[in-house]
Design a protein around this ligand. Sequence first.
Ligand code: GFB
Length: 319
Amino acid sequence: MRKKLKVFVAGHKGMLGSAILKKLKKKNIFKVFYETKKNLNLLNQKQVDAYFLKNKFDIIYLCAARVGGIWANKIYPANFIYENLTIQTNVINAAHKSKVGKLLFIGSTCIYPKICRQPLKEEYLLSSKLEESNEPYAIAKIAGIKLCESFNRQYQTDFRSVMAPNMYGEGDSFDEEKSHVISGLIGKIYNAKINNLKTLSVWGTGKPIREFLYVDDAADICVKIMNTRKEVFNKLVKPNLSHLNIGNGIGISIKKLALLIKNIIGYNGKIYFDTSYPDGHPKKVANIRKQTTLGIKSKTSLEKGIKKTYHFYLKQKFK
Ligand code: GFB
């Protein structure tokens, strides 16, 4: 019987980490490891080094991060840059020191410039100024890509980076202030409906365009990318341009998104746009030609994904 590969999922409680964990557990070729924050503080380099040296993992999914929507990024910039830089530095360095075979680093398409040709190609990275609203987070994630790249160049490690669009789905946070737009609007619109509110505020102008990836599809794409042989993966990237966009390449305006969620929830009040809130990136839609070359694609339509997320929200609320 072939020895099972030892896989560590850092951030297994998060939306993407829990979806990847669920997927990996279904395959019986992996022995999957994960730890609570109490047992393993990823901000503590000594703890991370000791844990990795003790377990000698074959594969690592680095899903642990400080994440949040546009407003969370505005009010907690220090947390976003410090925690993401520290966690990724500790994990990637310890992965090298403990000779981990393969690591996946996950970032988002906010790494691309504020004003940029669309759809966003990997080579547009660092071609001009970043979007102010999430610059600390974006700089941390760009540093994470460069960390993986530099270890690969110097030590021939196989540390891969994928940049996802806005993800949503089961396990998302629905906190009005800190959440991303889909989960934020689901909570707000549901409350407006049950409280019979006449109007509902949507932040910004409603004009920005976003690409949304359902979290189970994101997990499926991540696992498939990690199962891709190194020589096949390395044909798609360059030593100093090693990240890959993942997603579905489909954009929708925030206004159309809000109307879609309003119809799914069955809210009949009026939507107005509160421009005292920022818009963020005018447009963030990824060019996913490299992902497509691998024959990997997302399956869940936005409408179906929102309905599943809404049902998860209700289940959570009334459990
Ligand atoms: O998803 P979101 O918070 O983050 O906002 P970003 C997307 C767009 O939706 C912005 C608008 O234009 C928001 O102004 N919006 C409208 C709302 N109503 C709401 C609402 O009720 N809640 C929220 N959250 N937005 C994030 C980055 O940028 O993208 C993160 O800040 C990360 O760091 C993530 O990169 C993927 O898409 O603007």
